[in-house]
Design a protein around this ligand. Structure first.
Ligand code: GLU
Length: 507
């Protein structure tokens, strides 16, 4: 059996999950559960919470990330909630491990204590900037004798532990997507591994955990490339084999630059709340950097598990296209999700708007599901997000229409008196027509238009407005069928009433 492919997604619980993070999680998951398992390897997707930066922690963010990943459709084999052979999976619960590792590097001379005060570091930085040099730590404490360093620590002098980067030679990062990236060691800083508070920095904790959790492949965003040389040096100093590395392409905003709030929603949670389907978001995010053949666009989760390969991920930046994501969402709503499933998915949005009973959200056999079904069937091709459902469906799910301007009833070239007469004729005819027979209803209404000497459109428009309160709707006869005879009658009567108030009294 080929060696196990163990990957990890390692978010920091500092807020909502950025779509870039969602894409990273997806590609890791597809590598382990798709590509690796297809090749007969064991593939494991690990979820690890990197919460050592205590200042940036956001209450509830960890649970939020777990929830949105589950909604997205990913499952993890090991993680803070499910446990696993390398538990705990939350870095704040693993601090002893990092401290031991830092001590090891101190002992081997690959790290040293740095006693520099924040003020000194600041002054060094300012002087460097003034000299137009790249700012960085000047290795001031690197020369302190080991015994002296130990004595100062014993005396309670606060310190951090820094990595002693080799001063000469180069460090070569092999990136599976980009090839070799070469760094001159002389340009690399002696970065902090363990902070004064005893918490590790990202670098130390990340490397120690990837080794401890037997991670075989690291797939992460391009923004982490600059940390790779230090990480590789850390693996070497510990005497560990480094995982294989691949940095996923940047996700740019439309028009270039970093994708940020300014451009619109950026987090998985926001897209969820706006009524994007997880399948559509997954399909769209998969194409930000990966393609099968440069042409095929629609990929179900099963397709992705079957087709994804890391080899077909491109290192070039991808652009986030909101309109394209909307297109995918509309496509899934209209063509892919089965009707009853769709009714279930719009139910929470409808319940929030008071259009169905809250109990219908969890209960597929609730009568409000059946009541909403024909309306969803009728309107789904106009729905680009689930959040649009309440507005589109309101005329079909409420008894009474929201009030509308009666002037909308009168066609551009018509008069209120003529429209009133036409709607009165429609109201008289309505009890005789079977709305379930759309073709017959249409024939009757067309004949009525002829009788009244009106163009069909001039008759149909006021009926549409009377029945829905709007000038736009799906086909009139399917609309009337779904609204039903009783409500059509009441709404026509109300429209007639409103028109009477508009029609000038005869002189
Ligand atoms: N905790 C880092 C993050 O928030 C993980 C980076 C990595 O995958 O190495 O993205």
């Amino acid at each position: 059996m080929p060696p196990a492919v163990r990957v990890r997604f390692a978010p920091s619980p500092t807020g909502l999950l950025h779509v870039g993070g969602g894409r990273t999680a997806l590609f890791n998951w597809l590598l382990a559960h798709g590509q690796a398992r297809r090749a007969g390897s064991d593939g494991a997707f690990i979820l690890r919470i990197e919460d050592t930066d205590r200042a940036r922690l956001v209450e509830g963010a960890e649970q939020g990330i777990l929830d949105v990943l589950a909604w997205f459709g990913l499952t993890w084999d090991e993680g803070p909630d499910v446990g696993g052979p390398h538990a705990p999976y939350r870095q704040s619960e693993r601090t002893a491990l990092y401290r031991e590792a830092a001590e090891r590097l101190l002992a081997s001379g690959d790290a040293y204590r740095c006693f520099c005060s924040p003020e000194r570091l600041q002054a060094v930085r300012e002087a460097q900037v003034a000299r137009k040099e790249a700012p960085g730590y000047d290795r001031h404490c690197r020369g302190i004798e080991r015994d002296a360093s130990f004595a100062r620590a014993q005396a309670g002098d606060p310190y951090v532990i820094r990595f002693a980067m080799p001063r000469e030679g180069e460090t070569v990062v092999h990136d599976a997507l980009r090839g070799e990236i070469v760094y001159q060691n002389a340009n690399l800083e002696d970065l902090v591994l363990l902070k004064t508070d005893g918490f590790p920095t990202y670098h130390l904790a990340n490397v120690v955990d990837d080794h401890d959790m037997a991670v075989s492949h690291i797939l992460r965003g391009e923004e982490w490339i600059p940390t790779a040389p230090l990480h590789l040096r850390l693996y070497a100093a510990f005497g560990w084999e480094a995982p294989s590395l691949a940095h996923l392409p940047l996700i740019l905003a439309p028009g270039g630059g970093k994708l940020s709030k300014r451009h619109g929603s950026t987090s998985m949670e926001e897209f969820r709340a706006q009524g994007y389907l997880p399948e559509a978001l997954m399909n769209y995010l998969a194409l930000l950097g990966w393609s099968l053949d440069g042409e095929t666009e629609i990929f179900s989760k099963a397709d992705l598990l079957e087709k994804f390969t890391l080899e077909r991920v491109s290192p070039s930046p991808a652009t986030f296209d909101y309109a394209k994501l909307r297109w995918f969402n509309a496509h899934y709503i209209n063509h892919i999700v089965a009707l009853d499933d769709l009714v279930g998915r719009v139910a929470p949005f409808l319940a929030d708007a008071g259009l169905v009973d809250r109990a219908a959200v969890a209960d597929p056999s609730h009568p409000d599901r059946a009541r909403a079904r024909p309306a969803v069937a009728l309107l789904k091709d106009r729905m680009e997000t689930l959040a649009e459902a309440p507005d589109l469906l309101a005329p079909f799910l409420r008894d009474a229409l929201e009030s509308y301007d009666p002037a909308l009833l009168v066609p551009k070239k018509g008069s209120s008196a003529e429209t009133l007469a036409a709607l009165e004729a429609v109201a008289r005819m309505l009890p005789e027509v079977d709305l379930d027979d759309e073709a017959a209803t249409e024939a009757r209404f067309r004949a009525l238009a002829d009788e009244l000497g009106l163009k069909a459109g001039t008759l149909f428009m006021p009926i549409r407005v009377a029945v829905t309160g709007r000038t736009q709707s799906p086909g009139l006869f399917e609309t009337m069928r779904v609204v039903g005879a009783a409500r059509c009658t009441r709404r026509l009567d109300a429209a007639i009433e409103a028109l009477r108030a508009l029609v000038p009294a005869p002189a």
